[in-house]
Design a protein around this ligand. Structure first.
Ligand SMILES: C[S@@+](CC[C@H](N)C(=O)[O-])C[C@H]1O[C@@H](n2cnc3c(N)ncnc32)[C@H](O)[C@@H]1O
Length: 241
């Protein structure tokens, strides 16, 4: 180390996740102002830039009949009763249990491939709903969402809830496949109408997929949005006008 480096040096220090520069000038330590770490929004902006998002922002006309609902449990109270339902992405069956209790569907298809390190949840779900499976009220369709949806009769569904893979392509394909499966009065709903999973900063493509669907299918409108966890996990509902 030369004499200049000994007299004058700059070091970084992190305190509470904030970066400070320490300049040592002739042995005296001078602390800089903290530099904020890049925020979640910063990452999100870069991601949106790369994808050229948002491509489809909804207009006032497209949301004029949309009502806010406190949470996705309340949303079920507004849905048809004793109809034919599907949940795409069932996991342990927590929302499926609410669907059964609140909407009392005559048929509930549960779709999941249980292949993302959650293999144990399949036997759990089969045990949890064993009476309903035995009576024929619940039908488990194990496999990829699109392949399983194709097994459901056209124009038969009163309600669908999309909650499987949260990228852009999967919800987009699920929405398009569901179109032929719904009754004219049916509701297509889904979880996580949001751009980001805040815990691990995963980017979601659901808003893009849903908004694009609404732009390309103008006979549908957004009718409900839920406010779960201060809008961190909103559910949406769309239906034919
Ligand atoms: C967020 S969890 C579902 C939670 C559940 N809807 C609830 O609210 O209780 C997502 C589930 O979707 C399943 N999944 C993800 N991608 C899928 C795909 N392409 N086909 C079928 N299942 C899928 C996963 O195995 C996982 O169990």
């Amino acid at each position: 180390m030369n004499i200049l480096q000994q007299l004058f040096s700059i070091k970084n220090e992190y305190i509470n996740n904030k970066k400070y520069k320490y300049i040592t000038l002739f042995g005296i330590k001078i602390k800089s102002r903290a530099e904020q770490p890049p925020t979640l929004l910063y990452h999100l902006d870069r991601y949106n830039e790369r994808n050229n998002w948002p491509r489809y922002e909804l207009s006032q006309e497209q949301i004029q009949n949309c009502k806010l609902v406190a949470n996705r449990t309340k949303l079920l109270e507004l849905m048809p009763k004793e109809g034919v339902f599907v949940e795409i992405g069932t996991a342990k069956g927590d929302y499926a249990k609410q669907i059964l209790e609140i909407c009392k569907p005559k048929k509930l298809y549960l779709i999941d491939f249980w292949a993302m390190g959650n293999e144990d949840w399949e036997p759990f779900v089969r045990e949890r709903f064993k009476n309903e499976i035995q009576s024929g009220q619940v039908v488990i369709l194990k496999g990829d969402s699109i392949e399983m949806l194709k097994k459901i009769e056209d124009k038969s569904l009163d309600f669908a809830y999309i909650d499987a893979f949260h990228d852009y392509e999967h919800p987009k394909n699920e929405l398009n496949t569901l179109k032929n499966k719904m009754k004219d009065s049916g509701y297509i709903c889904g979880h996580d109408y949001t751009r980001v999973e805040i815990v691990d900063c995963t980017q979601y493509g659901i808003i893009e997929a849903v908004n694009e669907f609404l732009y390309k299918n103008d006979q549908y409108e957004l009718c409900y949005l839920t406010m779960d966890h201060l809008f961190m996990n909103p559910s949406y509902a769309i239906k034919k006008i």
